[in-house]
Design a protein around this ligand. Structure first.
Ligand code: GLU
Length: 540
């Protein structure tokens, strides 16, 4: 019976790479009829928080990643939060000490630094800690000093070799594995130790995680060996690279913010004025001395930049549908081998997934492809589904959509469904419905379609016809304007429609005109035409 797990550390929002890991585990569990566990790895006391944990749950729920066992829903092998399992780790560490596989080590950080420096100056290169004999008198003296020992695994002496489910044979020579810490001075386990104990206690059969953990696995196998446990199988998934190359990370936001700020000629002083942040700090940021993500976000907000989405919540706020993101993530490192087919629902993925088709080389995060896919999902979705999506989107953004009625949103959906690639695109293109235009442009279209030739007289004629119209349905408006185009413009609809479109929407591009007029309503349509005519009437 397959049991796999996703084990995030609650130290921030769920990264899109973490979401991919969670997804592959879920798909593997579904495919094999197994169980999916969510475990919270919160042994880093300083960086972990309950708030982050809740947000990770929220992002997973949004993605549709439903687990069978977790801190939220419980399960037979809990607790599923490491901070609630400290007793257990201590117990196992003591057993390892008793059996001679682990020992207490007493060095202070300063002493360890000195050992490290000495190793760096020697042929060894990097410190590989080995057991250093201590006498009972020394130990007593350390205790009297108030030192807290760490517990280290006696790892030396065994080559580690295993067959990775994705990468094949992996090996690490015995001399490369040091006696690493399993229990810290504060009594908390290290990541390595807690993972092994938990995977064992929770009967995990398959550990599927990103390739950055590959070397950790050799440590985990060493701990399993010392305990006489059968380790789970391991599979390490390819890294996710951004399009520019390099691992996709929060730093991409800093890189983008910096590049755009510099390209637009903003100095540290100018940025300081706009963000209220310290000029010296901003100068460091521009000079690549820091990639602080908070700075990137502040600059992004001040300059109204679109920074690359990295965390799942970024994609939520940017108006991606979870179905699209899930589909896209599934193809980051896996393919079904079904030719050109790229569109899969979560259920279809669960039926098609297999580890044999997970690749070993880095996968590229192709944002254009994701946008395309999202557009496909928007077009395929029911209006009710998109309404729910817009509500979720609006809750994460400052947008007039938040206060709009369901009826209005459904009308916007029907106007934009065929053309928007993200809900944000819909939101931004639809802003003109909520705010009467006060500017009309761009200059070129204005001249060509409204101000030269018969644009303004045509607009005036359309206004008169509309003012006399009572039936304000889309069909009736269409018939009316078509009739007028026949009468005035030899049937050339554009000569009427474009001036009208510019007048009511502020520009030459909008969804189908009659739908727009219908949604605006008669009074608002006439008011907008009047405002535009008043602005340009005199100069015509
Ligand atoms: N807590 C680890 C992380 O977030 C989990 C790694 C693992 O799956 O073992 O990277």
């Amino acid at each position: 019976m397959v049991r796999c797990r996703f084990a995030p550390s609650p130290t921030g929002r769920l990264h899109v790479g973490g979401a991919r890991t969670a997804l592959f585990n879920l798909l593997f569990a579904r495919r094999t009829g197994g169980t999916m566990i969510l475990r919270i790895e919160d042994t880093d006391q300083l960086r972990s928080s309950l708030a982050s944990e809740r947000l990770i749950f929220e992002d997973l729920r949004w993605l549709g990643i439903v687990v069978d066992e977790s801190p939220e829903v419980g399960g037979p092998y809990g607790p599923y939060r490491q901070s609630e399992r400290l007793e257990r780790y201590r117990e196992v560490a003591e057993a390892l000490i008793r059996s001679g596989h682990a020992y207490e080590a007493w060095e202070t950080n300063e002493e360890l630094d000195a050992l490290r420096r000495r190793a760096e100056g020697s042929a060894q290169g990097a410190l590989r800690y080995r057991r250093r004999p201590t006498t009972p008198e020394q130990v007593a003296a350390y205790r009297a000093e108030g030192r807290q020992p760490v517990v280290r695994l006696q790892a030396a002496g065994i080559d580690q070799r295993f067959v990775d489910l994705i990468l094949g044979e992996v090996s690490v020579a015995a001399e490369d594995l040091e006696d690493f810490v399993i229990l810290k001075g504060d009594g908390f386990p290290t990541y390595h130790f807690a993972v092994v104990v938990d995977d064992h206690d929770m009967h995990v059969t398959h550990v599927l995680r990103a390739q950055e953990h590959l070397l950790n696995t050799t440590k985990h196998l060493a701990i399993n060996q010392a305990l006489g446990w059968t380790p789970p199988e391991h599979g390490h998934m390819p890294l996710i690279f951004s399009m520019e190359g390099g691992k996709m990370s929060k730093r991409d936001k800093a890189k983008t913010a910096r590049a755009k700020a510099l390209a637009d000629g903003h100095t540290a002083a100018a940025l300081a004025a706009r963000t209220g942040l310290d000029e010296a700090v901003l100068a460091d940021f521009l000079a690549k001395k820091t990639d602080d993500v908070e700075l990137a976000l502040a600059i992004g907000a001040a300059l109204k930049l679109e920074l690359p989405e990295i965390d799942v919540v970024d994609f939520r706020a940017a108006g991606y549908l979870p179905e699209a993101l899930v589909n896209f993530l599934a193809l980051l490192g896996w393919n079904a081998g079904e030719g050109d087919r790229e569109l899969y629902s979560l259920d279809e993925l669960g039926a098609a997934f297999s580890l044999e088709r997970v690749g070993s080389t880095a996968a590229r995060f192709d944002r254009d492809k994701l946008r395309w896919m999202n557009g496909v999902y928007i077009r395929q979705s029911s209006d009710e589904r998109l309404l729910r999506g817009l509500r979720e989107y609006a809750a994460l953004n400052e947008t007039p959509l938040a206060a709009a009625s369901d009826e209005t949103l459904l009308k916007l959906i029907s106007l934009y469904k065929e053309r928007a690639t993200t809900l944000r695109e819909l939101d931004l293109s639809a802003r003109f419905f909520f705010e009467r235009p006060t500017e009309w442009g761009p200059e070129k279209s204005l001249k060509k379609q409204l101000l030269n030739g018969r644009g303004l007289p045509n607009l005036a004629a359309a206004r008169d016809a509309l003012a006399a119209q009572d039936d304000w349905s889309e069909g009736a408006l269409e018939a009316l304007i078509h009739g007028l185009a026949e009468a005035r413009c030899e049937g050339k609809l554009g000569e009427l429609a474009q001036p009208l479109r510019i007048a009511v929407s502020g520009g030459p591009v909008s969804p189908p005109l009659f739908g727009v007029l219908a949604l605006l309503g008669k009074a608002e349509t006439l008011a907008r035409i009047d405002a535009c005519a008043a602005r340009f009437g005199a100069s015509a």
